[in-house]
Design a protein around this ligand. Structure first.
Ligand SMILES: Cc1cc2nc3c(=O)[nH]c(=O)nc-3n(C[C@H](O)[C@H](O)[C@H](O)COP(=O)(O)OP(=O)(O)OC[C@H]3O[C@@H](n4cnc5c(N)ncnc54)[C@H](O)[C@@H]3O)c2cc1C
Length: 353
């Protein structure tokens, strides 16, 4: 916490903390075996909440490593792939990333152009992935590519010839998180680089569902930090000879924030308990992600007003969280996409196309 404002300002993610996060058992925390902590879904959610109360960039790192890079190996990988990659990833020695989005295919990843074609017993991967968290610091990229067998997942060590990255520098959100473009220029991979147990969009979409679950919790952590900051400020900042928390309009804002924070946190807990019972559906996860990120952003904006001019500086965490939540609203399915998922579940009608 003492460092985060500076990291955000400098646009820096301290990669060395990966091992510390691993040492705490936070990487692949809800996966079982292969060096993972094997906790239940509620515990994983609580960890996401506490991490994101610090900064969404750290929860993003943990989500990508555990839910987007380790989960597909754990769920769809061969025994050999699991043994090779999962223990060092759980320890934070190997950093992973997840390459699905492309410059021209964000909300519609099924249109991807990245291709995997056979060359003798090998695979050749070509294409560009965009907006990839951890891309520039990753040792292993899980890349989704179109092949003659449909969309397949590939494990691409980042020192593979033809693989390169370029960090996206000028973003004003999630600054304490690395976001990169991945370029694959005829990357030659052995036959066993493919995840054997899945084909089609079911593979990447199931990973996103895992990561979204963490966001349902994490967003409430960011909201809690904003609420706490605004409450503290409201009781100490004096205007018109009394603390601004003594004005009814400020109390209205604080009460509304508390109500949504409580509802969202209880929703996360309820969905987490359902996940632990194996009952949680992707549509319910969408509902949680849509509501909690939207409300977290509203709480952050409302908290920002209570802090007045101080609310726009990095001396307080609020504007940092508000800016971060703009990315959280967009990634892992935009709020519009989650509305359409719910609309389809309600009506049986697909409004995506
Ligand atoms: C900081 C950050 C980190 C990210 N990390 C990763 C990562 O690690 N791996 C990865 O693969 N991707 C990652 N992403 C990409 C993210 O998942 C995409 O940005 C997201 O899917 C949206 O795609 P897009 O930005 O291309 O927007 P677009 O798909 O172009 O959408 C633009 C707007 O149009 C709306 N829209 C699109 N289609 C419809 C429709 N049918 N109906 C109504 N509205 C529609 C969207 O909701 C949005 O409001 C990251 C993004 C950010 C910002």
């Amino acid at each position: 916490m003492p460092e985060i404002a500076g990291w955000f300002e400098r646009g820096h993610f301290p990669r060395e903390l990966a091992k510390e996060l691993g040492g705490l058992g936070l990487l692949g925390m809800h996966l079982h075996g292969y060096g993972c902590a094997g906790t239940n879904a509620v515990s994983y959610g609580l960890a996401c909440l506490e991490l994101e109360a610090g900064d969404s960039g750290f929860r993003s790192f943990v989500s990508v490593q555990g839910s987007l890079a380790m989960f597909p190996i754990w769920k769809y990988g061969s025994e050999e792939q699991k043994r090779r990659w999962l223990p060092p990833m759980a320890a934070g020695e190997v950093v992973g990333c997840f390459g699905l989005t492309e410059p021209d295919f964000g909300s519609n990843p099924a249109g991807m152009r990245t291709s995997a074609r056979r060359d003798g017993g090998d695979w050749l991967l070509s294409g560009t992935k965009m907006w990839i968290t951890n891309g520039g610091i990753a040792d292993l990229a899980v890349v989704w590519a179109r092949s003659d067998q449909g969309v397949r997942g590939f494990l691409v060590p980042t020192d593979t010839p033809g693989f390169s990255t370029r960090d996206i520098d000028r973003k004003l959100s999630l600054r304490a998180s690395v976001t990169s473009e991945l370029v694959l220029d005829d990357c030659r991979l052995p036959d066993d680089a493919v995840l054997p147990q899945v084909s089609g969009m079911r593979g990447p979409l199931s990973c996103l569902d895992e990561a979204r679950y963490g966001i349902v919790w994490g967003s409430m952590g960011a909201a809690r930090a904003c609420f706490a900051s605004a409450l503290q400020y409201a009781t100490t900042r004096v205007q018109f000879d009394r603390p601004i928390g003594g004005f009814q309009l400020t109390q209205q804002k604080l009460a509304d924030m508390l109500v949504e924070l409580s509802k969202g946190t209880l929703l996360a807990l309820h969905l987490g308990r359902m996940k632990d019972q194996g009952l949680l559906t992707p549509q319910q996860t969408s509902l949680g992600k849509l509501n909690n990120v939207r409300e977290a952003l509203q709480i952050a904006r409302s908290a920002r007003t209570i802090l007045g001019a101080n609310g726009v500086t990095l001396e307080y965490p609020v504007i940092r969280h508000a800016n971060n939540l703009e990315s959280v609203l967009t990634y892992e399915g935009t709020s519009e996409v989650h509305s359409l998922i719910l609309g389809q579940a309600l009506t049986g009608l697909n409004a995506f196309q």
